[in-house]
Write a protein that binds this ligand. Structure first.
Ligand code: UP5
Ligand code: MG
Length: 196
């Protein structure tokens, strides 16, 4: 894809920060396509013909990062499909990249991102949200053991990606320890200046 034609926003932040929730708002109000890397992986995992089902299941339960070949192929296919079926050109890539090599590879082979939304949230707030969601989500990683692993991987591996984008002045930080509507006000401020 060419960056003249396609706009990519990376939406990053810890597990349970509220990435998915706010992306749905943005999808409604700004005509972006919302692609959650985690959702794409979960859908692939459920596909009976998939050769990655077992692998994805294992990585997600352990809070580990699935090899990028799998994730990038899913994202690229989803983008192509959205462009063909609905002529979409604006994409929110939610929960990806989670590792430095993924960021470099995606921007090299798919398209460079325009901006990075960083959902900042204290761990104890995210923990509370995830445990609550776990009561009904059915997600195999919404349990205390998996959540702790996800937090560790975020701190050790994924947060450095955000720091690297910060050095490129691409990061817009949003404070997520407040009600959904207030978080969205902050998000809108960013989008109104960039994508009005
Ligand atoms: N909620 C949201 N906002 C709230 C607010 N302001 N106030 C109060 N409550 C709020 O929200 C989480 C919960 O909090 C919900 O119940 C919501 O109602 C409430 P959500 O919007 O779902 O947060 P989100 O940040 O999207 O949390 P999620 O759990 O999806 O984040 P993760 O990053 O952990 O999950 P993801 O699906 O992206 O990845 C899961 C796993 O897939 C990873 O651990 C990894 O194993 C794998 N993965 C890869 O390997 N590679 C990838 O590129 C992506 C994923
Ligand atoms: Mg999510």
């Amino acid at each position: 894809f060419s960056s003249d034609e396609v706009t990519v926003v990376f939406v990053l932040g810890g597990p349970g920060a509220g990435k998915g929730t706010q992306c749905e708002n943005l999808k409604r109000d700004y005509g972006f396509v919302h692609l959650s890397a985690g959702d794409l992986l979960r859908a692939e995992q459920k596909r009976p013909e998939s050769k990655y089902g077992e692998l994805i299941n294992h990585y997600i339960r352990e809070g580990l990062i699935v090899p990028m070949e799998v994730t990038i192929a899913l994202l690229e296919n989803a983008m192509k499909e959205a462009m063909e079926t609905s002529k979409s050109t604006r994409f929110l890539i939610d929960g990806f990249p989670r590792k430095m090599d993924q960021a470099i590879k995606f921007e090299e082979v798919v398209v460079p991102s325009k901006v990075v939304l960083y959902f900042e949230c204290p761990e104890e707030v995210m923990l509370k949200r995830l445990l609550k969601r776990g009561e009904s989500s059915g997600r195999i990683d919404d349990n205390i053991e998996s959540i702790k692993k996800r937090f560790n991987v975020f701190t050790e591996t994924s947060f450095p990606v955000i720091e690297a984008f910060e050095k490129q002045n691409k990061v817009k930080k949003v404070h997520c320890d407040q009600p959904v509507e207030n978080v969205y006000k902050e998000v809108k401020t960013v989008f109104d200046t960039m994508f009005a």
